[in-house]
Design a binder for this molecule. Structure first.
Ligand SMILES: [Zn+2]
Length: 245
């Protein structure tokens, strides 16, 4: 059935960002082009998902530049929304990810894994959602009995862990094997269930999560988490905002 972009079927682009989060530029060809944007045979653009914003950047065809204003995951594949039409199926393009923005998102994403890992391991507090931007992170925690001192201690422990500069490693495991390990799904709970293998993000010796997103390769790159705001969202839900320094 044609989707909202008029595209039939699914374009399984090679997700270059999943093997190398530091890949800034790549060559690809346009597979489909519609009023909403284009799909490529391979891409380093991360599509929004798991509470993390998708990438922005440019696609260049023989010196002519198109701005990628948003990258989203659709039922048909990874859609690169462009600032204007003009690209056609079969075009060869050079993609460049807006690296300043993406690198901030990577730092916030890894920081969130550290904080949620500490809160769960040390205090049994579960994360229920998150929203990451290049400016700040928002994380929802399910506190049975909220104690601000516990949260502040969690931030201190997170920063101490970052001080150890642990490595962040990417791996892949068969989906069936991953699903037998519920501890892998603390943060992202909605995974496509038809994938043959799942991607794992491991903070060496600390925490491993099933995760399709982009991360820094060492914790020192994250910087320091600073708690900026705390909100009550219902009886047992605390919304936490932090920035990175
Ligand atoms: Zn994640």
């Amino acid at each position: 059935m044609p989707g909202p972009s008029g595209i039939i079927g699914c374009v399984m682009a090679e997700r270059l960002y999943q093997r190398d989060s530091y890949l800034k530029g790549f060559d690809a060809s346009v597979v489909t082009s519609g009023p909403d944007g284009v799909m490529l045979d391979r891409t380093a653009f991360f599509p929004s998902g798991g509470g993390v914003l998708g990438d922005e950047g440019t696609l260049d065809r023989a010196g002519e530049s198109f701005r990628v204003v948003e990258t989203v995951e659709t039922l048909e594949g990874i859609l690169h929304r462009l600032d204007r039409p003009g690209l056609a199926a079969g075009d060869l393009v050079r993609g460049e990810v807006d690296w300043t923005r993406r690198y901030l998102l990577m730092r916030y994403h890894t920081a969130t894994h550290v904080l949620t890992g500490v809160m769960f391991k040390d205090y049994g507090v579960r994360v229920t959602g998150n929203q990451l931007t290049p400016e700040k992170a928002r994380v929802d925690f399910a506190f049975e009995q909220f104690d601000r001192a516990v949260l502040e201690e969690g931030f201190r422990r997170s920063n101490a862990l970052i001080g150890q500069d642990l490595a962040v490693r990417i791996g892949f495991v068969p989906a069936a094997e991953a699903k037998a390990r519920p501890e892998l799904f603390k943060l992202e709970t909605t995974f496509p269930h038809d994938l043959p293998e799942l991607r794992l993000v491991e903070i060496a010796g600390f925490d491993t999560q099933a995760d399709g997103g982009c991360h820094v390769s060492r914790l020192a790159e994250v910087g320091r988490l600073v708690l900026t705001k705390l909100e009550n969202k219902g009886k047992s839900n605390r919304r936490v905002y932090f920035v990175l320094e």
